[in-house]
Design a protein around this ligand. Structure first.
Ligand SMILES: [Zn+2]
Length: 285
């Protein structure tokens, strides 16, 4: 009898334990879900928002450039493509330079000053091998770079100084981080102009950042064909990175077969610039 009672008591205790356990589990699942949902649906971080905004702007810009840059970059004789590599030099630069040389191609590198300081030999090699060298600033941070006119000018001046100390070349070719729209406002543009800088955006974005497995090459070929069909000279945005280098031979072989000359940008070429229209505005406005 006593045993039966004990059994029953144990049984009730076990039941209670189980119920408590189930409640605890339910509570933790609910908590986890709430945290997850709050994280998902509340507004993203300002930086993420800015990056998304920039991406959208750039995507929209791609559509517009098909028409708006045509007048800027009419071809002279033969087919020409201007390849540009941003954000270097990096550990991929040596490979990129080797591939370019193999295909008798010239390109232009828009570089960040800390990276130039890290790899001065790569920068020298670019110049020795006849490539164009341009400036991409110091921080590559939207919030910092586009903060004020002084910051924009200061970053470009610093990059110019570093490039000159390595190569002796005082380049005025510049590309601002993520392209000039929307944060390079008209006063910023004016100030850069007044200092003699020549702003370069692009009319073809390879999307070599997010098109992996070499898909960027197909994307580029398609866009180059469309742009050439319109009579404009392609100015292609690429990045100095290993996943771009990996598939670069494929792109250059294609262009070579098409009889395309790959040249560097210089002062004789009319720059491709995204136009502000009513889209340019100061950060956080
Ligand atoms: Zn960049």
């Amino acid at each position: 009898m006593a045993l039966q009672q004990k059994d029953r008591r144990n049984h009730t205790i076990n039941k209670l334990k189980r119920k408590t356990l189930i409640r605890l589990r339910l509570l933790s699942v609910t908590t986890f879900l709430s945290i997850f949902l709050i994280g998902t649906f509340t507004s993203p971080s300002p930086m993420k928002e800015i990056e998304e905004g920039v991406k959208n702007e750039v995507a929209n810009e791609q559509k517009r450039t098909l028409e708006s840059t045509l007048t800027n970059s009419k071809r002279d004789d033969g087919k020409v493509v201007y390849l540009t590599f941003d954000d270097g030099p990096t550990s991929a630069t040596d490979d990129i330079l080797e591939i370019l040389q193999k295909h008798h191609a010239k390109a232009t590198f828009f570089m960040l000053s800390p990276h130039m300081k890290e790899r001065p030999n790569a920068v020298k090699q670019m110049v020795e091998e006849g490539h164009g060298v341009g400036l991409h600033g110091v921080t590559h941070d939207v919030n910092h770079f586009y903060h004020s006119k002084q910051k924009v000018l200061g970053e470009m001046k610093e990059a110019q100084k570093v490039l000159e100390s390595i190569t002796g070349i005082r380049s005025v070719l510049i590309r601002t981080p993520y392209g000039s729209v929307p944060y390079l406002t008209k006063p910023f543009r004016k100030a850069l102009n007044a200092q003699g800088y020549e702003l370069w955006d692009w009319n073809i974005d390879s999307r070599d950042w997010d098109l992996t497995d070499g898909k960027y090459v197909e994307n580029l070929i398609y866009q180059i064909q469309s742009l050439e069909g319109n009579g404009a000279t392609p100015v292609v945005l690429l990045h100095d990175q290993s996943k771009t280098a990996k598939y670069l031979p494929k792109l250059l072989s294609y262009l070579t077969k098409q009889g395309v000359q790959m040249k560097k940008l210089d002062a004789s070429v009319e720059p491709v610039q995204f136009k502000c229209y009513d889209r340019c505005h100061y950060l956080n406005t």
